[in-house]
Design a protein around this ligand. Structure first.
Ligand SMILES: Nc1ncnc2c1ncn2[C@@H]1O[C@H](COP(=O)(O)OP(=O)(O)OP(=O)(O)O)[C@@H](O)[C@H]1O
Length: 663
């Protein structure tokens, strides 16, 4: 499993820090947990919650004429006048909240030209209460976050709006900045390339847009800075006595977070530990990996080793172990090679690097570096590396410079990090099936918000073909027909390699297209902006599955809107729906279909026998079962890993209660 690596490259002192709000142990005790899980009473409450949100949203909508009549200055003054009431945070003061929301709604219409729909007001109220809000793709989550952010900021809380990457953080911040500015609130944006001073400035703003990775690393840096002063009380005392001039801190505490694409952050990426590290030099490492690869290449499957693709593991057989020992001896390898366990581990890793990881799929080689491609977003993660020497092994295989091994300074998972917020909220397009997990892990109740306009997408179902060449031919034929009719088509692929293959087939047919994959994210915005034009053909990796807003032109809508083709099912059906969600946004027409091959990895890895059956008897029920079963098994496996990770995290937390925090 890849880890996200960050380097602690800085740490100069800065000026004052306010007391750093965060939760020390947000979890209830074991009995509470047990009860919550068994009784599901929070779920039972969700309909009530929805009704309450609806009632309040109605109150906000009813204030429209009153606020419409105000001048800009009067509107601003009305919001400022509510500040003391919001600051007092009296539980029953719903009126102040409703009026503040109505003010934001009015201001939004004036400065952004968009007035929040009732469902968006409902969503925003949910966020402000600290809920997980499920809104369908394309319903306008960016705008939904704004009233909650404004009101929390007016009440003095540092607000973090969390997105999955820098590009979305910058885009969403720019889109909404004028609205915050109207109320005199400042907006900061964090970019991965920023230095500590710039980061601190951005966090000092009332509202900060930041990616989950950047936010978590900055928090880890703060924890290291705070390490010497354990415990809140001492920290506060120090901050008071020294005017806070001790250590440089990035954040102003964890008060309120609005996490966009929360299913991705809380679930898909939850398994990835974030590790802050320094690099340790090891001049002999490169030779070690080269030797391991040479030895591994001399072993044969299945006599010497077996590959378990489902669990991504390589096992050496007894014969393989013997051969390894002989070959290491024959090559006169010494040092680690003389130790049996080390020798076998090196061989296993080299075999994994050779047989389980492929360039263009799990990683790309760019600028002389091995860079991991995120399976869920299709984006390159430059900060990420595989652990335990695997990364170095792949570097050696690709003949690029072997980087030093990392030494861990602090680590945390997203799960543990986000649980520390005083108030946490999330938005997701596809979250209801994860409601129990959100509740268990984050104490978050999920509430589904209805659509603003009914969905008009036509779902054309799935076509299964035998193998990959047949798939790309089938895709090309569909595209040619749609292109001829002037409709734009978006083709989603699971890997960079697949996007290139698809592009080659389109090229051969003379179909003009754009490729949007992890290897050229700079032109992304322009390509996406064009993707809704008449006759446009866009091939994209998962990148297009999250947050990208493709706006079809009026002429295109008349023709039936954007058509989305999925070319490989993802391990999670949620991600499939994210891709399909690129069309039919805001109640627009559109259509979706899947064209997949029985040779796709999902089937060979999770349901090999059903796949064989499907090859012989390709009838509907078998094909349906194939997909459902493969995705079901994949999801179950991931859920298990997450549960184990959570258990491990809790154990770590308990163990650290005795020895002091490591992060
Ligand atoms: N109240 C509104 N009035 C007018 N346009 C709106 C309104 N709300 C949202 N939009 C528009 O709807 C489109 C979709 O918004 P946005 O990209 O925020 O959706 P989303 O829910 O975040 O989608 P995804 O789940 O795919 O990320 C945008 O073009 C946005 O400007």
């Amino acid at each position: 499993m890849p880890e996200v690596q960050g380097l602690l490259g800085f740490g100069r002192p800065s000026r004052g820090i306010a007391p750093y709000a965060e939760r020390s142990d947000p979890r209830g005790n074991a009995v509470d947990l047990w009860l919550e899980r068994r009784l599901g009473w929070l779920e039972a409450r969700a309909p009530l919650l929805r009704r309450r949100l609806l009632r309040r949203a109605d109150q906000v909508m009813a204030l429209e004429p009153e606020f419409r009549a105000l001048s800009d200055d009067a509107l601003r003054a009305a919001a400022q006048a509510l500040r003391p009431r919001l600051l007092a945070r009296r539980r029953g003061d719903v009126e102040a909240l409703v009026r503040a929301f109505a003010a934001v709604r009015e201001a939004s219409d004036r400065v952004l030209g968009k007035r929040h729909y009732k469902v968006q007001v409902m969503g925003a109220l949910g966020l402000y209460e600290g809920r997980m809000v499920e809104m369908a793709t394309g319903e306008g989550k960016t705008l939904t976050a704004t009233p909650a952010a404004v009101v929390a900021a007016l009440a003095g809380d540092p607000v973090h709006v969390v997105t999955v990457n820098d590009y979305l953080a910058a885009r969403d911040a720019e889109e909404t900045r004028p609205l915050y500015g109207f109320f005199g609130l400042t907006v900061g944006v964090i970019d991965s390339d920023m230095d500590p001073e710039q980061r601190r400035d951005a966090y000092r703003c009332d509202i900060t847009y930041v990616s989950n990775a950047n936010l978590t690393f900055d928090y880890l840096r703060d924890r290291i800075a705070l390490k010497a002063r354990r415990g809140q009380a001492r920290h506060r005392a120090l901050a008071l006595t020294r005017g806070g001039a001790g250590q440089p801190l990035m954040l102003r505490g964890l008060a309120f977070a609005i996490v966009d694409e929360a299913d991705s952050v809380f679930v898909d990426e939850a398994r990835t530990p974030l590790i802050l590290s320094t690099t340790a030099d090891d001049p002999e490492a490169a030779q070690l990996y080269a030797d391991a690869l040479a030895l591994a290449r001399s072993l044969t499957e299945p006599a010497d080793f077996r590959i378990d693709r489902m669990n991504r593991q390589v096992e050496l057989t007894e014969a393989g172990k013997r051969r390894l020992t002989e070959r290491a001896r024959a090559a006169r390898l010494s040092g680690l090679w003389a130790i049996r366990l080390a020798r076998e581990e090196l061989a296993r890793q080299a075999l994994s690097a050779l047989h389980l990881f492929e360039s263009g799929r799990e990683y790309v080689v760019r600028e002389g570096k091995v860079q991991i491609v995120d399976e869920f977003t299709g984006r390159i993660m430059p900060d990420r590396s595989w652990q335990g020497g695997l990364h170095q092994m792949i570097e050696a295989r690709e003949a690029v410079e072997v980087t030093g091994r990392k030494e861990t300074l602090a680590r945390i998972t997203y799960q543990r990090f986000f649980r520390r917020y005083m108030r946490l909220s999330g938005m997701t397009g596809t979250g209801m099936e994860l409601a129990a997990e959100f509740r268990d892990t984050f104490d978050l109740t999920t509430v589904r918000i209805p659509r603003h306009r009914p969905l008009k997408t036509r779902q054309l179902g799935a076509t299964f073909v035998r193998d990959e060449p047949a798939k790309w031919q089938a895709v090309a034929e569909r595209v040619a027909a749609l292109h001829g009719a002037g409709r734009p088509v978006l083709i989603g692929t699971r890997s960079v390699e697949a996007s290139q293959r698809c592009a080659a087939v389109l090229e051969a047919r003379g179909l003009p297209h754009e490729v949007l994959n992890a290897t050229q994210d700079r032109a992304e915005a322009e390509i996406v902006a064009e993707a809704g034009r008449r006759g446009a053909i866009t091939v994209a990796t998962n990148i297009a599955g999250r947050g990208t807003d493709i706006i079809p032109g009026a002429d295109v809508l008349a023709l039936g809107g954007l058509h989305v083709i999925l070319t490989e099912f993802h391990e999670s059906a949620r991600i499939d729906r994210q891709l399909f969600g690129r069309t039919g946004r805001q109640g627009n027409p559109g259509s979706t279909e899947a064209i997949v091959a029985l040779s796709d990895e999902l089937f060979t890895r999770f349901t090999p026998w059903l796949r064989r059956l499907a090859l012989r008897v390709p009838v509907r029920p078998v094909l349906w079962a194939l997909r459902a079963r493969a995705q079901g098994r994949a999801e179950a496996e991931h859920a298990l890993t997450r549960r184990e990770q959570t258990a491990l995290d809790r154990q770590l937390e308990r163990a650290l209660a005795f020895s002091g925090p490591t992060e």
